[in-house]
Design a protein around this ligand. Structure first.
Ligand SMILES: Nc1ncnc2c1ncn2[C@@H]1O[C@H](COP(=O)(O)OP(=O)(O)OP(=O)(O)O)[C@@H](O)[C@H]1O
Ligand SMILES: CC(=O)N[C@H]1[C@@H]2OC[C@@H](O2)[C@@H](O)[C@@H]1O[C@H](C)C(=O)O
Length: 370
């Protein structure tokens, strides 16, 4: 089936959309994709309701209609008719994530998006998992595993978005068993969790100190000095020692990290925050059942040279953008939600004990028919 995935990521940068031909088990073809950035006023409207405060319903409606425009644009650019698309996987935007309170909240009106696009929509991918005691995140590991067929293991796939998340795929994680109803990773072949901050805190720092939305290429950080003492302090946060599965909300590290970089020059702060992102990843690697032989990086953070260099030096081996194996590091989350929508609609599991701490492989999602 041709499915269309939509992701509004924690960094608040915009909406990623991608077309994928899949049966929810194998990835037949990765189709065209695009990113539509949020204009600053939309980004600020979203930021204002984080935590679930203020005019949530108004922003949700606006966000949903924005997604409908993104769908139409992708279909137009791809030369695909809406009738050819079987499902939309609509992540929506996380405005609160408190799995320990069995609460996670992704805004996005599935029925409205279905009506506006004429395509059946699947949304609320995280709710059932969290209701059953899972972390509700990360959800992309099952897609990473499907993509990684044929690659050498142990393999680490790291996403550096607003928050960082990692998928470790061991020798047993790839095989003929497939990823159907039987589940994955029961043999210890898969492990996934959030690593720590990705780029969100760097973006916040940039906005405050330079008025820019991001540190393009890490160019400001490259002129600064990474404060190794502060990185060591950062690593004392109890999150890093916690055994996975574990997941984070966008700002879980915001106050802790801000206190550590307070008073720094803009460039030194950008460099040290980039160092925090990389240090969190090297702390994550200590939880792997066996060292990864290869590291593939997706998400916007792979464009930050200072993060990439810090990763290489802290992990002690080279890291590569996922383009090294022919994937598109800007489209992977949107592609994942296309894949997950098909799995959800087919009643296949989308979360597992090894990825979210779910008590057993679980389905999820809500289907909104046209
Ligand atoms: N050229 C670039 N240089 C440096 N950083 C970049 C660049 N492009 C994007 N980024 C960073 O990547 C982030 C966006 O990445 P991405 O779209 O993968 O994240 P997201 O999907 O919003 O978040 P998440 O994966 O946490 O849901 C932004 O925070 C931005 O700072
Ligand atoms: C609650 C939530 O929205 N979490 C996001 C966030 O952004 C990155 C990381 O934290 C990841 O766990 C998750 O997104 C990806 C798509 C996931 O679920 O796999």
């Amino acid at each position: 089936m041709l499915a269309l995935g939509l992701m509004s990521g924690t960094s608040l940068d915009g909406v990623d959309a991608a077309l994928v031909e899949t049966d929810g088990e194998a990835v037949e073809r990765l189709g065209p994709s695009l990113t539509v950035p949020y204009p600053p006023e939309r980004r600020e409207a979203l930021r204002a309701i984080l935590g679930g405060v203020g005019d949530v319903a108004g922003v949700e409606r606006d966000l949903t209609l924005f997604h409908a425009e993104v769908v139409k644009r992708l279909l137009r650019e791809a030369g695909v008719d809406a009738a050819q698309v079987g499902l939309i996987g609509f992540h929506g935007h996380t405005i609160a994530h408190r799995p320990e309170e069995r609460r996670t909240w992704q805004i996005g009106d599935g029925a409205l998006l279905a009506a506006a696009t004429g395509i059946t929509v699947v949304n609320e991918f995280r709710s059932d998992d969290v209701a059953q005691g899972g972390q509700g995140a990360p959800l992309v590991p099952v897609f990473h595993r499907a993509l990684a067929q044929g690659l050498k293991t142990p393999l680490a796939v790291l996403n550096l978005g607003g928050v960082g998340n990692i998928t470790w795929i061991g020798k047993a994680g790839i095989g003929k068993a497939g990823i159907g109803k039987a589940g994955i990773g029961a043999d210890g072949g898969l492990l996934a969790f959030d690593t720590g901050p990705g780029n969100a805190l760097i973006d916040d720092w940039m906005l405050r100190h330079t008025g820019k939305a991001l540190d393009d290429g890490g160019s400001l950080a490259a002129t600064g000095r990474m404060n190794t003492g502060k990185i060591a302090e950062f690593l004392t946060h109890p999150y890093f020692a916690r055994t996975p599965p574990k997941s984070l909300d966008r700002d879980d590290f915001a106050a802790f990290a801000a206190a550590l970089v307070a008073g720094m020059e803009a460039a030194d702060g950008a460099a040290t925050l980039a160092g925090f992102t990389a240090a969190a990843v090297s702390a994550a690697a200590r939880h792997f059942p066996a060292a990864a032989e290869r590291w593939l990086i997706c998400g916007g953070g792979r464009h930050n040279k200072v993060i990439m260099m810090a990763l290489t030096s802290q992990l002690g081996l080279p890291v590569e953008p996922v383009e090294a194996v022919g994937w598109d590091g800007d489209a992977m989350e949107a592609q994942a939600f296309a894949f997950l929508a098909v799995r959800a609609a087919r009643g296949l599991p989308i979360t597992y004990p090894e990825t979210t701490g779910a008590p057993r492989p679980l389905g999820g999602g809500r289907v909104h028919r046209v």
